[in-house]
Design a protein around this ligand. Structure first.
Ligand SMILES: CCCCCCCCCC(=O)SCCNC(=O)CCNC(=O)[C@H](O)C(C)(C)COP(=O)(O)OP(=O)(O)OC[C@H]1O[C@@H](n2cnc3c(N)ncnc32)[C@H](O)[C@@H]1OP(=O)(O)O
Length: 433
């Protein structure tokens, strides 16, 4: 679904003759709509808007006061979903600009050493946008503040449609709600970049957001969604199918059930390939040529969760967690493959529990599956409480990278590692399907 305004911008963009983004061209990658000062939502205003919607504090010292003010909004929550008016997809449609071409001072924050765009920053922007889209869907003009606390539950999928993101070309995000349950919302977003005189697609993302009460303690109803026309009906049906697929995937998780017959054969064949034929022993294992033991393909990190990284509900911002996990995963893929890997897909990032401010966040990345030039990386994050010494998983992230060369085969040694390998293979197959 495209709004008339979006169509107008696309046609304006298509008349320019600028060829490509390079440092030598004046005002490279500056889209006409940005150049003419079109008053569209600037990426840096998304978070300010979110703060206004929920009444979040701008100073950490005021956060308790802001939180207690929000508690009083509980009485504004709907008692059932049918008490809320149905919304259309266009009610939540948003278009946000990241003018890297028009605003050179903005580039610094997004720039990598290799003169590409930091994908971790894009993940942060997508997360904020998904939240704003969800608030647009649940907007109630009669209320000054929204009583809902909308959090990211899952990044279902991010498909890269091109690997290069230019650091000096304007970027545009668009998106809207495509499906709702009772308390959950699916938002689809698209990112495109102004290049060769027109916007071309860079990525498609699907996030699932969950609405909670003002204290973020229990689920809260969201407005139903009324699709209009066959295109929107189709999006809604896909959302329904996505929900069923997620349930099926979680039911078939290798943490709950045994691998399939075919998967068992794969694990056994990997095992046989590592046996030392000279010793006829189950215990003596040899690494096959051009291979790496899984144990040797890990990279770990620690984050101290400072107030600066808080979200509007005074927990750690999901986008920050994604950025940190992505950068660790990328560094691991980089050191594993020996080249500079590009991201192919992000899938199934699960936000299992919130990360409190002040937490010690342990991030652990593992290359878990390889095929040709492809590297599948899993990043696990957990908070560690130094007083109780308890560890609690908060997130699991899955990233698929492609290297510029063939990479060594990753080989599991233990049964647990074999399950990680199969899980990685399942995720990889999903992304290349
Ligand atoms: C100021 C600058 C920053 C501005 C940016 C603001 C951005 C704010 C966004 C964030 O940063 S959020 C931070 C990252 N996310 C989190 O910390 C969430 C951590 N996870 C949780 O708190 C819980 O796991 C969660 C609330 C997501 C789910 O809790 P429950 O498992 O108890 O949920 P419940 O069983 O009550 O189900 C509620 C709904 O969620 C759905 N759900 C739960 N887990 C899901 C999942 N994994 N995938 C899809 N849907 C899921 C579930 O189907 C159901 O939908 P329906 O009512 O529509 O049927």
């Amino acid at each position: 679904m495209l709004s008339p305004r979006f169509l107008l911008l696309r046609s304006a963009a298509s008349v320019t003759t600028r060829s490509f983004c390079s440092g030598g061209v004046s005002k490279p990658g500056r889209a006409p709509d940005m150049a003419e000062g079109n008053p569209l939502l600037h990426v840096s205003n998304v978070r300010n808007r979110l703060r206004e919607i929920v009444g979040a504090s701008t100073n950490w010292s005021d956060h308790q006061q802001a939180m207690s003010e929000r508690v009083s909004l509980s009485s504004m929550l709907a008692k059932s979903q049918s008490d809320l008016p149905a919304k259309r997809m266009k009610d939540s449609y948003l278009e946000v600009h990241l003018p890297l071409g028009s605003e050179p001072q903005l580039r610094e924050k997004y720039l990598t050493f290799h003169n590409t765009v930091r994908f971790g920053r894009i993940l942060e922007d997508l997360d904020s946008l998904a939240v704003l889209i969800s608030y647009s869907h649940t907007y109630n003009g009669a209320l000054k503040r929204s009583p809902l606390s909308i959090v990211t539950a899952l990044v279902d999928k991010i498909d890269m449609r091109q690997h290069i993101i230019y650091p000096d070309c304007d970027i545009k995000f668009t998106g809207h709600v495509t499906w709702v349950g009772k308390t959950s919302i699916e938002a689809k977003m698209h990112m495109s970049q102004f290049h060769n005189g027109a916007y071309s697609p860079v990525l498609d993302a699907t996030f699932v957001m969950v609405a909670r009460d003002p204290e973020n303690k229990r689920a809260a109803y969201v407005n139903p969604l009324q699709p209009e026309g066959p295109e929107e009906e189709q999006l809604f049906l896909e959302g329904e199918a996505n929900k069923i697929r997620r349930v099926d995937l979680s039911t078939a998780s290798l943490l709950k059930v045994a691998p399939t017959d075919e998967e068992r054969k794969i694990v056994h064949s990997l095992f046989l390939n590592t046996l030392d034929t000279k010793t006829v022993s189950f215990r003596s294992r040899l690494l096959p040529p051009s291979s790496v033991w899984m144990e040797d393909a890990k990279l770990k990190g620690l984050e101290i969760c400072h107030p600066q990284e808080r979200n509007i509900f005074n927990r750690i911002f999901g986008g920050f967690l994604m950025r940190k996990a992505y950068e660790l995963g990328w560094a691991n893929a980089c050191s594993y493959g020996g080249g500079r890997p590009s991201l192919v897909a992000v899938d199934d990032i699960l936000f299992q529990r919130p990360v409190e401010i002040g937490s010690l966040l342990l991030l652990s990345s593992q290359v878990c599956y390889t095929q040709g030039k492809n590297i599948q990386v899993r990043v696990h994050s957990e908070v560690f409480d130094p007083l109780t010494r308890h560890h609690n998983t908060t997130n699991v992230f899955h990233f698929t990278f492609v290297s510029d060369r063939d990479v060594p085969n990753i080989i599991p040694m233990t049964y647990g590692e074999s399950m990680l390998y199969l899980d990685g293979k399942r995720h990889f197959s999903q992304t290349v399907e």
